[in-house]
Design a protein around this ligand. Structure first.
Ligand code: BTN
Length: 335
């Protein structure tokens, strides 16, 4: 006697056959090809429809896949993904408190490099500096990636900057829009916040045990609540059309894998040059807030390790490794 298969087992296989078929596929063909009963095929088609796949079914001709949903389902993320290491597993949730929190828990249990956690909405999405990350359902990309670089903890800022470069590349490729980066890793479009990156790590003695890179990107948000409307934007607002979020996720994973490998094997210098080409911070007067402390000066450069170099009023060069930047005022110091 064979054990009964759960309705989710074979879902990807049914989808795979439908996706590959040029025309409708009969229930009988699907059943024989996948070793299922006709009723089991019907159940799986039903499940796929419930997930948002548009499948036409006709008693004479069979089933035809007409449209896929804009959901970050693992089958969709992995379909045609051109990565070698970041290949999942993809943990998918309709609702989750925070993809970073789950990715951290999975990493602590030994999840491999390339593990992805995505959610359609987050109930406790977290931003940098203890802020909330607004995560309305199906509007944005809320994704976290597990990394296991053999690096000392002090190299973490470089991973964060690398992540931001990958986001800019992905958005340019998929949406044809060119976000700017505000140091260290805020993504801006037309001066408003489009996305952000939250990088968290676990260390042991003098090396990184694992890193979780969390990306929040406003994609199809039609607008924002009053408290955010003046400062936030989305790709849809900027472009006047919506985007398939899964295409952005795939592009980000592909670009990040290429950059991350380059960083590990050839160092950070080339990536930093690219980052500098995308930033809007350098050459401006800025104020950096670090809790109660504020430092103002001219954003001169970013050091090879990712620190921001500020020329302050007395002409001294100050290194800043964390904090929140706002536009500064006053004359350029030392000129
Ligand atoms: C920032 O403050 O700019 C960083 C925002 C990072 C938000 C993302 S959404 C996916 C991941 N899960 C979280 O809880 N936060 C990050």
């Amino acid at each position: 006697m064979t054990a009964a298969k759960s309705p989710d087992e074979g879902l990807a296989a049914v989808l795979h056959v439908l996706r590959d078929a040029a025309d409708a596929v009969s229930g009988e063909h699907l059943a024989t090809r996948l070793g299922l009963s006709r009723a089991a095929v019907w159940k799986r088609v039903h499940r796929l429809k419930a997930q948002g796949y548009v499948i036409e079914g006709s008693p004479r001709r069979g089933y035809r896949l007409l449209a896929v949903p804009d959901k970050l389902l693992p089958e969709e993320v992995l379909q045609g993904l051109e990565t070698r290491v970041f290949t999942g597993p993809v943990h998918y949730f309709e609702t989750l408190d925070s993809t970073n929190d789950l990715a951290k828990a999975l990493a602590a249990q030994g999840a491999p490099e390339g593990t992805v956690v995505v959610a359609e909405t987050q109930t406790r999405g977290r931003g940098r500096l203890g802020r909330e990350w607004d995560s309305p359902p199906a509007a944005g990309l809320y994704v976290s990636l597990v990394l296991r670089p053999m690096l000392p903890p002090m190299e973490l800022p470089q991973i964060t900057l690398t992540t931001a470069v990958a986001v800019v590349r992905a958005v340019r490729r998929v949406a044809g829009l060119a976000p700017r980066i505000k140091w260290p890793n805020d993504l801006l479009l037309n001066g408003k916040k489009l996305g952000g990156i939250l990088t968290e790590m676990e260390t042991e003695s003098d090396r990184i045990r694992h890193v979780v890179v969390g990306l929040g990107l406003n994609v199809n948000n039609p607008g924002f609540a009053l408290d955010l409307a003046a400062t936030a934007t989305s790709l849809a607002l900027a472009a006047g059309r919506t985007f398939f979020r899964v295409h952005l996720l795939q592009a980000w994973l592909e670009e990040f894998e290429e950059l991350y490998n380059r960083f590990l094997h050839q160092g950070f210098a080339g990536i930093l040059e690219e980052w500098k080409g995308f930033t809007e911070t350098l050459g401006k007067m800025v104020t950096v807030r670090q809790g109660p402390r504020e430092i103002s000066g001219l954003a001169l450069d970013v050091a090879p390790d990712g620190a921001l170099l500020l020329r302050v009023a007395n002409g001294e060069i100050v290194r800043v490794t964390s904090g929140e930047i706002t536009p500064g005022s006053g004359a350029e110091p030392g000129v």
